[in-house]
Design a protein around this ligand. Structure first.
Ligand code: HEM
Length: 625
């Protein structure tokens, strides 16, 4: 069913058709997640089959056309389900009963449509379009996919009923702006806060009200310009470690699973950046690294679980999995407590005066800034905030890198242009802060990757008071999903919405964001709860992307499993991103010297047996000879 969606139907020439595949929990993050996945097991997801970096041949074409046919079939099935009212709530209530009775009595339908249309338009409460479904209808795929098809049918706001549960699905820029910005105080994080409580407590992402206000005011200043500039070195060093690892794979001719490597790269970065801890996960699988992934997986699984199994009273105590999660949390919390204590001692001993752009060069972490600023907060709250940033800044950046490399593997033209820019801006040195503005095309590649694969694909809110969304009044307590996926792929908002086209963002234009795109583009959210790490993450990804593509070529590995989507908090692949890496053979760098130009009058023969001749005056720079 998932593959029936039009966003994949009109796939770009370089993108193969999508397929539904069973989620294979044993192949994702192989060393760490070889355990069976109880919730996601059996989920089937959208597949974007890989090209293996080759030009299509006739076998590929055959496979493609079979896949296309299958996809058309699935599309037809889904459209039929929608048309047959599978997702449509039948109108009950007095007006529709009356209408049906009058119809049975022989009153012409046209007359009834006119009369009841008038009544509906003059009632005081327009009703939000409703779709209904059973959990089983979406259990088999990344949940944001069916929401896209329903959006095309029901529009920018509709209600989705699942048995007793009801959600408002918003895919309209102005309603999104109203919820996220104009009336943001009327909305909380709702279900998200409930799901993440076990790991983030009252950290910045789940917190609401006064706690959120106080913590946001404390944390935002820590990510100042000078801190982000200091981080560029850290991004460079961590990426260099990854490059070296990939060099070995390139020499040995071994394929690499890039999704897990990106996850490790961004874990190493965020550990140092937030609390000065070197996970060194690119090299080691230590207990702490495994503990972090255990907790992360649990958070993601809870966010897609149909029932809150973790709330069942004795479950926590007897379920081996829940025991493992508790042990992992304890290990991480103990380490965080130690790091907080060490950092407190450092701050007590240092002479440095605190100021707005304070950075301790030995330890430029956010934790150090917070403690030096005299942030008067309990250790538990501090731990919650650190944990929140660890999670918020880890999988998001890893997912962006994963999908960017996937998209680039489909578009060699974009890759060459990117490599050309990186060569000319960076040469062979490490990136510096001033390069960030010059790597314009790299930034556009990332802007476009974030449009096609927003992380997270939906934003979650709950109304705290009655409100009006568009023309529809809503009650307090409504659970709302703002589908960034739908906004970013809407054919009403974007030309060739499914195409990967970094050129849609002019190089000399402003960096696209929610404000200049009027809330049709929300890569980092919007309003007061916008991501605090947007600049950090953008630079982190630019540095990693630039250093990797400068050094290596990346192609989908031959025989790699198809790249398919599944979701937790971010969009993952189901079976990893398996790629072949090869060392780049760069064109020789030709020094741009001002040299005299030789003018030749006579035609010259280029080489023996070559009958081409320059029969007109030719200009040859002596630097080429
Ligand atoms: C490409 C990487 C990233 C993406 C795509 C991303 C995306 C987002 C989005 C969409 C939100 C808004 C959530 C909502 O409104 O419900 C958000 C919030 C947040 N992000 Fe990021 N993020 C990224 C990296 C980071 C990093 C590196 C950090 C930390 C250094 C971070 C820290 C946070 C925090 C603390 C919040 C909550 C802000 C609040 O509620 O006040 N993020 N992020």
């Amino acid at each position: 069913m998932a593959a029936n969606f039009p966003l994949f139907r009109a796939a770009p020439s370089s993108t193969k058709p999508v397929r539904i595949r069973k989620f294979n929990p044993t192949t994702r993050f192989p060393p760490l997640y070889a355990k069976r996945h109880p919730v996601l097991r059996g989920l089937s997801t959208i597949a974007c089959a890989s090209s293996n970096g080759k030009e299509p041949d006739s076998v590929d074409d055959g496979v493609k056309s079979v896949e296309r046919l299958l996809e058309q079939k699935r599309l037809a099935e889904l459209s039929a389900r929608i048309a047959s009212g599978d997702f449509t709530v039948s109108q009950s209530g007095f007006p529709s009963v009356l209408k049906e009775s009058l119809l049975k009595l022989g009153v012409p339908n046209a007359v009834l449509e006119f009369l009841f249309g008038w009544v509906n338009n003059h009632g005081d409460c327009p009703r939000i379009p409703e779709a209904k479904g059973s959990i089983s209808a979406i259990r088999n795929e990344a949940f944001f996919i069916p929401l896209y098809e329903l959006y095309l049918r029901y529009g920018g706001i509709f209600r989705l009923n699942f048995g007793p549960k009801s959600f408002l699905i918003v895919s309209d820029p102005s309603i999104s702006k109203h919820i996220l910005k104009e009336n943001s105080k009327a909305y909380s994080k709702g279900i998200l806060a409930e799901i993440l409580e076990f790991v983030m407590g009252k950290g910045l992402i789940p917190a609401d009200g006064e706690i959120w206000r106080v913590r946001r005011r404390a944390i935002v200043p820590s990510l100042h310009q000078k801190y982000v500039a200091a981080m560029i070195n850290l991004f460079g060093q961590a990426t260099d470690r990854l490059c070296k690892k990939l060099d070995v794979a390139a020499s040995d001719g071994e394929d690499v699973e890039m999704e897990s490597l990106f996850s490790r790269l961004t874990l190493d970065i965020i550990g140092k950046a937030v609390f000065n801890y070197d996970f060194d996960s690119l090299t080691n699988d230590t207990g702490i690294v495994e503990a972090v992934y255990t907790v992360l997986r649990e958070a993601e699984d809870r966010s897609v679980a149909p029932i809150p199994f973790w709330e069942i009273p004795i479950w926590k105590d007897i379920s081996p999995r829940q025991k493992k999660v508790s042990a992992a949390l304890k290990l991480i919390n103990d380490i965080l407590d130690d790091l907080i204590a060490i950092c407190k001692r450092m701050v007590d001993e240092e002479e440095l005066q605190f100021h707005e752009e304070y950075v301790n060069e030995q330890d430029p972490s956010i934790l150090h800034f917070l403690l030096a600023s005299g942030d008067d907060v309990s250790s538990k709250q501090l731990r919650d905030d650190l944990m929140t940033m660890l999670i918020a800044g880890h999988e998001t950046s890893a997912a962006v890198l994963t999908w960017t490399f996937y998209l680039l593997s489909k578009e060699p033209r974009v890759m060459s242009k990117l490599q050309e820019e990186v060569d000319s801006v960076l040469g062979d040195r490490f990136p510096r802060i001033e390069d960030m503005k010059k790597l314009k095309y790299a930034t556009r590649v990332i802007n476009e990757s974030l449009r096609l694969y927003p992380q997270p694909p939906v934003l979650i809110r709950r109304s705290l008071v009655d409100d009006v969304l568009g023309k529809y009044p809503i009650k307090r307590g409504e659970d709302i999903f703002i589908s960034v996926w739908n906004l970013h792929r809407s054919p009403k908002l974007w030309d060739e919405a499914d195409m990967f086209k970094p050129e849609r963002w002019p190089l000399d234009g402003p960096n696209p964001n929610e404000t200049n795109q009027n809330f049709s583009y929300l890569p980092f959210g919007g309003g007061p709860r916008k991501c605090v790490g947007d600049l950090f993450a953008s630079y982190e990804i630019v540095v990693a992307l630039a250093m990797l593509v400068r050094r290596l070529n990346f192609q989908m590995a031959l025989g790699a499993p198809p790249v398919e989507m599944t979701t937790g908090a971010t969009i993952h692949t189901t079976a990893g991103l398996k790629m072949t890496v090869t060392r780049r053979v760069k064109p020789p760098i030709i020094p741009a010297l001002e040299m005299p130009t030789l003018t030749m009058d006579a035609p010259i023969s280029l080489s023996k047996g070559d009958n081409t001749s320059l029969d007109q005056k030719s200009e040859v720079s002596s630097a080429h000879s």
